[in-house]
Design a protein. Structure first.
Length: 438
């Protein structure tokens, strides 16, 4: 606005009688937001994206055209302009200038970095690259780099263990959609423990074949954290007769939940989640899911919006196999989240928003680590709240029902039932006999 009418209304240059003061884009006619050369930020952003993604012939390759269109139509062109100058934009320009089709293998060959991760994410979100389980892919690439640096006599043991024991199981879980970043981290720890054990044996002038039970126990005594992670490797080696006869693998140390909230603390925190408008919407929903339904954050971030449904005026959310009734207040929060999720990505409008808590880009869910950090920042603990909710659930419901509704295994639910000193033997016997429960 360059002027003001007698009644105080803001006016543009031509309307105020000064034709020389015109802030409209000379290309698209948008009023204002001029960036350079009398063009608005959106037109400049489109030009820069086209230049960025052009190949040697000066045109945008067919593979990258969906990305160019998505960036050109982004809600915030200023973010696009900043992205073109960032490391991810420069890396994509270098790849486009090569004139070859960009593949996952192309990006895997680059040194791992945040820029490579972001470029892969935007290419997948716009369909330029097919989706893949990045947790599994990062594990396999990490394994290749790690084994290439091992001594030959270590590599010939670690490679088959990692490939046939760890990676094969990871692929099986990934095919079912249950291979998370936490699972990949645990698998890395198992492989690292095996490498450390073989290195330690070398220092003791022992081999995997000649190591005795005393050697194994000594290693575990001097490396207590490895008692949990070395077990898979030792059991694998024993099964393949790579160790001395009679060797016994370390048992996985059992642990009982020790962090709980009092009933008053649990209710106060739940009340905050349901009624405190100053908390971010996603914090309120996640906090309620944990305190009402004992959900793990690693599962919550994978929830899709199609799990929410309504029937006969009631709202339900499917955590596992069966829909669970939601309180009206929580249902209203979930509806708000579905209608207007918090998005912080330039490709948000062009992405397929399937996740209840979209990440960056929105075609992927938020990471569990970022959610845990967010919840801690608002003083809403996860572990103690979930433990308390689980104890309350198995106290009021049979473990098999808790398993079906909350998405945990029957064995886990039963262990929680024993921990709560609750016996449901009568329920199981009545169910098996087809009789009504007492």
């Amino acid at each position: 606005m360059a002027g003001r009418s007698p009644d105080g209304t803001d006016q543009c240059g031509p309307c105020s009688g000064v034709d020389s003061i015109d802030f409209r884009c000379r290309r698209c006619g948008y009023p204002g937001d001029i960036y350079t050369d009398k063009c608005c930020s959106r037109c400049v952003a489109r030009d820069r994206v086209t230049h960025l993604l052009s190949g040697p012939d000066g045109t945008v390759p067919e593979q990258l055209q969906p990305l160019a269109e998505a960036l050109g139509n982004a809600e915030d062109p200023w973010s696009v302009l900043a992205w073109t100058r960032a490391r991810g934009g420069r890396l994509l320009a270098q790849l486009a200038a090569l004139g070859h089709e960009i593949s996952h293998h192309t990006l895997d060959a680059l040194p791992p970095s945040g820029a490579v991760h972001r470029v892969r994410a935007v290419l997948v979100s716009t369909g330029a690259l097919p989706w893949r389980n990045e947790n599994l892919a990062s594990l396999t690439s990490w394994l290749a780099r790690t084994t290439s640096q091992l001594a030959p006599h270590h590599a010939q043991v670690i490679k088959p263990f990692a490939e046939w024991q760890i990676i094969r199981d990871a692929r099986r879980r990934a095919s079912r959609g249950h291979y998370s970043a936490g699972a990949a981290h645990a698998d890395r720890l198992d492989i690292k423990a095996a490498i450390l054990y073989l290195t330690w044996l070398d220092a003791q002038e022992r081999t995997l074949r000649t190591a005795t039970q005393h050697d194994l126990d000594l290693f575990l005594a001097t490396h207590p954290p490895k008692r949990r992670t070395l077990g898979p490797f030792v059991r694998w080696a024993i099964a393949r007769r790579l160790t001395a006869p009679g060797l016994t693998a370390p048992k996985k140390p059992g642990s009982r939940p020790s962090h709980f909230l009092t009933e008053e603390q649990q209710l106060d925190q739940l009340r905050r989640c349901l009624s405190d408008d100053t908390l971010p919407l996603e914090v309120r929903i996640i906090g309620a899911f944990v305190r009402l339904y004992a959900q793990q954050v690693s599962r919550i971030v994978t929830f899709t919006i199609d799990r929410y449904s309504t029937h006969d005026g009631r709202s339900y959310f499917t955590f596992a196999a069966h829909p669970v009734l939601l309180p009206p207040t929580l249902a209203a929060l979930v509806e708000q989240q579905i209608a207007a999720p918090r998005l912080s990505d330039i490709l948000a409008p062009a992405s397929n928003r399937t996740f209840l808590f979209p990440g960056r880009p929105p075609s992927r869910p938020r990471t569990a680590t970022s959610v845990l950090t967010l919840m801690r920042a608002h003083h809403l603990p996860i572990l103690s709240a979930r433990n308390t909710a689980m104890i309350e659930a198995v106290t009021e419901l049979p473990p098999v029902v808790v398993s079906d509704l909350f998405g945990i295994t029957a064995a886990t639910a039963t262990r929680w039932g024993h921990l709560a000193s609750t016996s449901w033997a009568a329920y199981l016997a009545a169910r098996d006999a087809g009789l009504p429960e007492q």
